[in-house]
Design a binder for this molecule. Sequence first.
Ligand SMILES: Cc1cc2nc3c(=O)[nH]c(=O)nc-3n(C[C@H](O)[C@H](O)[C@H](O)COP(=O)(O)O)c2cc1C
Length: 459
Amino acid sequence: MYRSHVLVCGGTGCTSSGSNQIISSLESEIAKNGLAEEVQVVKTGCFGLCALGPIMIIYPEGTFYSMVQPDDVAEIVSEHLLKGRIVTRLVYDETVTESGIKSLNETNFYKKQHRIALRNCGVINPENIDEYIGTGGYEGLGKCLTEMTPDDVIQTLMDSGLRGRGGGGFSTGFKWKLARTIVPNADQKYVCCNADEGDPGAFMDRSILEGDPHALIEAMAIAGYAIGANQGYVYVRAEYPIAVKRLQIAIDQAKEYGLLGDNIFESGFSFDMGIRLGAGAFVCGEETALMTSIEGNRGEPNPRPPFPAEKGLYQKPTVLNNVETYANVPQIMVKGADWFSSIGTEKSKGTKVFALGGKINNTGLVEVPMGTTLREVVEEIGGGIPNGKKFKAAQTGGPSGGCIPTELYDVEIDYDNLIKIGSMMGSGGLIVMDEDNCMVDIAKFFLEFTVDESCGKCT
Ligand SMILES: Cc1cc2nc3c(=O)[nH]c(=O)nc-3n(C[C@H](O)[C@H](O)[C@H](O)COP(=O)(O)O)c2cc1C
């Protein structure tokens, strides 16, 4: 039993700003001060506030230290962990009030967020399955396999209103229903996950894989049970080494615990899964190109129909969803369709994760209820534009999306509203531009991107 836990972000952002060195210094300082039995260091996934990395939180106090450097570690250990005195110079200034230090959840960055897909990111050690189970992990799969029929699972998903987070916003429950029913007596079906994440500026899928890989494994097993598939593949770009490593560790642990493999929960249902690496081609994020690439062919799209639900991977019925879409599924199974559909707008239920980038103070990852306005995301959660500059536009939807100008700052973000104003949700990259940005340059950037990445099939 530890009296203190020190959580250090081990996401790609904080790792690149040196969090591994912080963790080794912490471990050696903790040992030097004789605290190894009392204080545990936990390497987590992304907390969201990437601009402030490397990030550290110390519990039970909940003290949030930002931009920690290896040289600060000795002081944190001797002052905070040994003597109980907070190192005020390193505390995130938003948490400092006249009456003391407030919780992170009360800061502007977090208070309007609602974390479902990101619920474990920055909270647990993603390389330890016990921590996932400790927060209710695999309860959803257990419930599906022991209390629900595959049709119940699909009905729950349809009632929840969950729509695909990878771009198109198609009903996830309906997609699963098609894959279950469209080819009666199919001898083989597959579950695929799209972790290609090609949109410039988007990194939510990477963060979920890095911070909570078991949520994806659990959801894919649920999908397998629902549609009648016993094999899954995650297609992830090779440029995501931390995500790939943690996902593989998680798959191995789930197999060891009998949560993947034969006869899961003694239910008679078996499911296995593996990782397939992509070479980082934007076009391989398109679902038919992705499956062609898994098959070992050149990643080029094929016309639909037939849709993957009918003829997908190796021409077999396949469900293919995005990482964030899957990350919502276990919670929906545990908490129910009504809980999920009570969040969001009439036709866009639940939350959406956005990767905030460009001219914004709080570069990072946020998850907000559908219907939150662009202004709230940029000004309140994102902390506004640096250097007192004015907001000019925000680009959403990746290269096929659009720029939302100042006149539409108060638009409530959901699938239909974004389409109505000429942009789209896409996978959730949100790039902010200020008065100095040239919109012609932006248009040229995205056009050059699509020209570069085109496989030549688009007419
Ligand atoms: C050119 C192109 C690139 C795409 N890239 C991605 C991607 O990187 N990640 C993703 O999830 N979906 C991407 N999509 C959408 C997928 O084809 C597919 O609709 C989606 O993965 C389905 O999952 P969902 O229903 O959970 O959103 C792309 C689509 C196109 C046309």
